[in-house]
Design a protein around this ligand. Structure first.
Ligand code: ATP
Ligand code: MG
Length: 242
């Protein structure tokens, strides 16, 4: 078995435009080991979301190789790829993407509908993950009856329902205030401590600090890939302390 849950080699992505092919990702190489926690950074338009969509098998590269959990994604048929994706990956997006007329139990159990699991079983499993994210008292609530941070927790619960080994999160704290963002990051850390691999896009250096590793995109290329170094504690001089 591969020791990398993600292995990307020499990946390119062009979008077709009226002016011809427009290169968005160029010569991207990235390996992510099981249990790693990677923050992806870089300016707007540098290709982060395009790359995440490819990692999530929602989009295909123009060329290059992507191995997910040791499987060559471009060589799998659609049904096999869908199964691999559903059992391996949980997605969390910036906008939460919750169904406004469905209660939390129904929102979280949605991915199980496609797996043909009975409603009772779906709700039983949804209750377990909603309790895990601290929302056990809100099972019947609608998304607009809870706060933004709680809504993001619902989205995380939904991502966890298939017990994924990998969480892909594209700016999960982009719509949250800094206190709520810290709570969500604390929760991601717990998931990572439990062995779940996390790849998370963020614009905010404070958020990226929570990851073990930081990867920076610039103009479709990876220009930095480094471990997050522990912050040196800031020591007050006696004069400053007074
Ligand atoms: N479907 C598409 N068709 C054509 N071009 C696209 C498409 N999606 C994205 N692009 C272009 O690809 C480039 C990278 O977009 P992408 O969304 O990956 O950037 P990003 O790094 O996620 O930016 P942001 O930080 O603003 O979310 C941009 O120039 C964008 O305009
Ligand atoms: Mg983006």
């Amino acid at each position: 078995m591969s020791q990398n849950i993600i292995q990307v080699r020499d990946l390119y992505k062009d979008y077709q435009t009226a002016l011809g092919p427009f290169p968005v990702l160029k010569e991207v190489n990235l390996s992510v080991a099981f249990g790693d926690y990677v923050a992806i950074m870089g300016p707007s338009g540098s290709g982060k979301s395009t790359f995440m969509n490819i990692l999530g098998c929602l989009d295909k590269p123009s060329s290059g190789e992507y191995m997910l959990d040791g499987y060559p994604v471009d060589k799998l048929d659609d049904a096999t790829l869908a199964k691999l994706r559903n059992r391996t990956i949980g997605f969390v997006f910036q906008g939460f993407n919750l169904l406004s007329r469905s209660n939390l139990l129904d929102n979280v159990s949605l991915p199980l509908v496609y797996a043909g699991i009975s409603k009772n079983e779906r709700h039983a499993r949804a209750k377990v993950v909603l309790e895990k994210v601290g929302l056990g008292n809100y099972l019947q609530s609608l998304p607009n009856q809870i706060s933004g941070g709680q809504q993001q927790r619902v989205a995380i619960a939904r991502a966890l329902i298939n017990q994924p080994r990998l969480i892909l999160a594209d700016e999960p704290t982009g719509n949250l205030d800094s206190k709520t963002s810290e709570d969500i990051m604390q929760f991601f850390k717990e998931l990572n401590d439990d062995g779940i691999t996390i790849v998370l896009v963020t614009h905010e250096p404070d958020i990226a600090e929570h990851a073990k590793r930081q990867v920076r995109f610039l103009d479709g290329r990876i220009v930095q890939d480094s471990l997050t170094t522990a912050k040196t504690p800031y020591l007050l001089t006696p004069a400053e302390a007074n």
